[in-house]
Design a protein around this ligand. Structure first.
Ligand code: XIL
Length: 355
């Protein structure tokens, strides 16, 4: 359905997320689809009005930046950076190292002998290209996976197979060199819930970070992805609180990098009921997370329900194929949903003056 621009119910200025966040020492952000930014004026307007930090959902991953082993394609990333600059919005870089989104040529071209050079060259080229324009880089994304069975709990990713666990330190040291002013971030999922699986992932992540710290590897922040669920049988509380306190004691800042609410498990179809449960899930989560003084930013993984990754891609995110997920803050017509107000309230409820 076509929505005329004047129907967009953005709440600009003093009512915006960015203003409510700023008043409490926070950045409010979202992941951006670059094609939409170019084609949908309402989307662009909502981004400009609501957020003071943005991140590319896919445009700064290897698969987007590296059409060939000897080529870099910066156009999409540049489009985000110039949009952000023209609206006084900060930009996160996502990401230098991940086991997914590697280009098709990667596996046939990158070998144990040249992998370190590929890694260093990529980070120097991309980090250098965006030098001085990036608030924080996700240097390494999702390196922990205890169920892969390694004694150190790290994932058997392509980078691990090629370089061993040193790839992590190499990436961070190179990133510092490429852009000395970006906050260097380790980004991870599955650390939110009070259950055994998440507890193990928290323990392994802390062990990794402690080892890095003691080896003087440059790292400034940790991202908690925060892909959470409405209707989960598990609670969020003590485990996450202790994890965040440990990060703070290590001198690390904390960023909520990819917040959204998967609502597939809700046992009812009624839209208003679901939207309420989603909003309460955001509210409860942020009441815990924002009580931690080291948290400096909250970014959602997308803007409106029509474009959430939970409705596309891998089916494990979608148990109910006939029921589109309503994961985000704005509905298909960019009307703010109950979740928008729950998040804004959560910013307001944060005790001020602690940053
Ligand atoms: C997802 C994007 O949202 C999708 O469009 C893409 O097809 C796959 O990647 N954790 C991350 C993100 O760190 O980069 C992922 O983004 C979602 C999970």
């Amino acid at each position: 359905a076509q929505t005329p621009p004047e129907a967009a119910f953005a709440i600009p200025g003093s009512g915006s997320l960015r203003e409510h966040a700023r008043a409490h020492g926070l950045l409010a952000g979202a992941a951006v689809n670059i094609q939409l930014l170019a084609s949908d004026q309402i989307y662009a307007r909502v981004l400009a009005e609501q957020y003071n930090i943005l991140v590319a959902e896919n445009a700064m991953k290897w698969s987007a930046l590296r059409p060939a082993a000897d080529k870099y394609a910066f156009e999409q990333g540049d489009a985000l950076v110039s949009f952000a600059e023209s609206h006084q919005i900060k930009v996160r870089g996502h990401n230098f190292v991940w086991h997914e989104a590697l280009p098709d040529w990667f596996s046939a071209t990158v070998t144990k002998d040249n992998a370190k050079q590929f890694l260093v060259d990529h980070i120097m080229a991309v980090g250098g290209h965006y030098k001085g324009k990036i608030h924080s880089w996700d240097v390494v994304n999702e390196a922990v996976l205890p169920k892969d069975g390694r004694p150190d709990g790290l994932r058997k990713s392509p980078w691990m197979e090629l370089l061993g666990p040193d790839y992590i330190d190499t990436a961070f040291r190179t990133a510092r060199q490429a852009d000395p002013h970006a906050l260097l971030t380790y980004n991870e999922y599955g650390v939110e819930y009070d259950n055994d699986e998440d507890a193990e992932r928290r323990a392994v992540t802390l062990q990794l970070l402690r080892r890095m710290k003691s080896a003087n590897v440059p790292i400034d922040a940790v991202g908690i992805q925060s892909h959470i669920k409405a209707g989960s049988p598990f609670t969020i509380g003590r485990g996450l609180q202790d994890y965040m306190a440990s990060l703070r004691q290590m001198g690390l800042k904390i960023l909520v990098t990819e917040l959204d609410v998967n609502e597939d498990d809700l046992p009812y179809d009624d839209v208003a009921q679901r939207d309420h449960a989603i909003a309460e899930t955001y509210r409860n989560y942020l009441s815990i997370v924002l009580a931690e003084p080291s948290v400096t930013a909250v970014l959602t993984w997308g803007v409106s329900d029509s474009h959430t990754w939970l409705n596309s891609g891998p089916t494990h995110h979608k148990k109910q194929p006939d029921r589109p997920q309503r994961a985000l803050l704005f509905d298909d017509a960019y009307q703010p949903k109950e979740a928008f107000f729950a998040i804004r309230d959560s910013f307001d409820n944060r005790k001020s003056g602690r940053l």
